[in-house]
Design a protein around this ligand. Structure first.
Ligand SMILES: Cc1cc2nc3c(=O)[nH]c(=O)nc-3n(C[C@H](O)[C@H](O)[C@H](O)COP(=O)(O)O)c2cc1C
Length: 208
């Protein structure tokens, strides 16, 4: 049997949704294999502009991004070295690494912004959808040293280091070690809507 093509793979990873969910949502997923094709500065401008238009509490726009492209050399290595070994193993193939950050206080009042992490996540979700529309993928990571990131990336105290992200074009699953290749090819799983969406009060599933 011949190896799966990237197209086979895209179909295999497409979310099993109810009819009507947009293809951009269905086709977003988090790969661990990236192709060597680089992501241009023009593409980055589009992606971060999409993120910029996310909603946020009081329109604070608390998200910030530290970006390194592989061709940037030392900057890319600095970000890669923050990742736990498991994530370094696959994320080193991505042409772009990103650290997302969130400003913890409101600029106007100095009061804590409880929703800063929420809003940084919203911005990344919009970036992910824009990436999908451009044939790109992102893969978020909690597995990195946030304290070291704070120090080594000169992040001010008022900002939380939130996630690391790999960005690029899909690569071949064949380039992954066997255990990761299996996960890469596996169908994606989600909880049922009945566990997630309640009607009026806690634990009364909304019949959808
Ligand atoms: C905040 C966050 C942290 C994550 N951390 C890691 C990680 O450290 N390593 C990893 O391989 N995947 C990580 N993931 C990827 C998730 O495992 C993945 O999004 C989830 O399994 C759903 O798969 P999908 O994005 O392909 O739908 C993370 C995702 C998010 C959003």
């Amino acid at each position: 049997m011949s190896a799966p093509t990237l197209e086979d793979w895209t179909v295999a990873k497409r979310a099993e949704t109810v009819p009507g969910v947009h293809e951009l949502v269905r086709l977003r997923w988090s790969p661990r294999s990236f192709s060597a094709r680089s992501v241009t500065k023009d593409d980055l401008r589009i992606l971060f502009d999409a993120a910029r238009w996310a909603f946020s509490s009081y329109n604070e726009q608390p998200w910030r991004f530290i970006v390194a492209r592989k061709e940037d050399g030392a900057d890319f290595e600095r970000l890669l070295n923050l990742l736990v070994p498991f994530n370094q193993g696959w994320a080193k193939t991505a042409p772009v690494l990103i650290i997302t950050l969130a400003k913890k206080t409101f600029s106007n009042t100095g009061k804590p912004n409880f929703h800063a992490l929420h809003d940084a996540g919203s911005a990344l979700a919009l970036l992910a959808v824009q990436a999908t529309a451009m044939g790109l993928h992102i893969h978020g990571m909690a597995g990195f040293d946030r304290d070291r990131a704070h120090k080594e990336l000169d992040v001010p105290d008022d900002y939380e280091v939130v996630t690391a992200v790999a960005l690029g074009y899909l690569g071949s699953p064949e380039s992954l070690p066997a255990d990761l290749r299996e996960r890469e090819l596996a169908a994606r799983q989600r909880k049922p809507l009945t566990e997630l969406v309640f009607e009026g009060r806690w634990n009364h599933p909304l019949p959808l």
